[in-house]
Design a protein around this ligand. Sequence first.
Ligand SMILES: Cc1cc2nc3c(=O)[nH]c(=O)nc-3n(C[C@H](O)[C@H](O)[C@H](O)COP(=O)(O)OP(=O)(O)OC[C@H]3O[C@@H](n4cnc5c(N)ncnc54)[C@H](O)[C@@H]3O)c2cc1C
Length: 215
Amino acid sequence: MDAHVVIASIDDVGTDTIALELETPDGFSAEPGQFIKLTGTVDDEEYSRFYTLSSPNTDETFETTIEIDHEEGGPFSAYLAALEPGDEIEMSGPYGSDHYEGEPRVVVIAGGPGIGPAVGIGERALADGNEAAIVYRDEELAHRARLETLADRGATVRLLEDGTTDLADAVDDVVTDDPEEQVFVYGFASFIEDVEDALEAIGSSTDGAKIENFG
Ligand SMILES: Cc1cc2nc3c(=O)[nH]c(=O)nc-3n(C[C@H](O)[C@H](O)[C@H](O)COP(=O)(O)OP(=O)(O)OC[C@H]3O[C@@H](n4cnc5c(N)ncnc54)[C@H](O)[C@@H]3O)c2cc1C
């Protein structure tokens, strides 16, 4: 659907990372891991970018998590970070088929802003009585409070800050290749490649994994 949506809140959830909470328009629903398109005008130029749900559901409001990369990124993510509650933005969606579908065990491997769908899927899986594991790599970690709560509630959480811990070791700790397990991978292209290498290194693969490449 296409809609103009109202911003309910914007919060810093890490260095250069914001959680953008939007009021759910009538008739809109999406699953964690699906994404929406946001459109806006910056310096007379129209931009459209995709953002993945980071909330466990879309009841009343829903959320996306946006990382602003000042070196590689363009102007649109910075424009979103400067919006305020009550502002409206153009949205369409939901899009994507690589989302949570009630799997008994979810393993979410996230890089950078991929942490958004990781916390959303993790929270939804635990709420449904399913198992969750998250491997998250970033230079500076975001959503620490929600990750701590997830770990307290029984999720396995492996945090890789500054590249100090080997991705393959962390992936090896959580991937069981059990048929009831679903692996999800969210992040920019170079991170997806690293995960493919890590899975190969432990004798597994991305066959059957749900992968969303952020670009
Ligand atoms: C399916 C899909 C889902 C997405 N979900 C999210 C999401 O949940 N959260 C989110 O923040 N972004 C997400 N993105 C990326 C998002 O759409 C934008 O590309 C991003 O916000 C940068 O927008 P920009 O206009 O500032 O820069 P752009 O002009 O779009 O960025 C140009 C390039 O900069 C690099 N870049 C930009 N930001 C980063 C970053 N944070 N880390 C590493 N490299 C970066 C990439 O190579 C990118 O192609 C998603 C993209 C796709 C295709």
